[in-house]
Design a protein around this ligand. Sequence first.
Ligand code: SF4
Ligand code: SF4
Length: 166
Amino acid sequence: MYGAGIARGLKVTFSYLFRKPFTIQYPEEQRPIPVNARTNLLWFEERCTGCSTCAQACPDGCILVETSPREDGSLNIDRYEIDFRLCMYCGLCVEACPYEAIQAGGPVDDATYDFNELYRDKDKLTAMSQTFLEWHDFTYPNGKPAPKQDEYPLHTGKPVERDRTR
Ligand code: SF4
Ligand code: SF4
């Protein structure tokens, strides 16, 4: 019946009048983002061995890894850079990394006025990942616990123990 349809529609409309709005005043207010949201790319230096598997997996060639050998046979990471101007966020580097050193997650508000700011070196990538860890109680995007910076220095010239399960 025509009138009953209108009544049903108005019932739904009026039920929303008395609910708390879903909208927020962005950017002053921000919604909490789940730790495992696949929003961006984060690189964790303390997990990275410098193996370059991620760079080989990237179809856009936007990851640069430069290493030098240490005395114990491990690699010192001299440069690690991601060109987000080219990145299509396909996640192939994340899947390829055997050490979960690059993971999907991080800031959603990553727009910039200067396109070149999207080229990020080791320090900028580390600042991004540290901010993420501080906001998420030192939990990696994959849900595993991360060491705090004072327990496990990020900028270290010494070889550190790494494994796939930590
Ligand atoms: S997400 Fe895709 S395009 Fe971006 S760095 Fe990783 S492999 Fe390359
Ligand atoms: S991020 Fe992963 S794949 Fe890339 S160099 Fe580091 S350990 Fe290797």
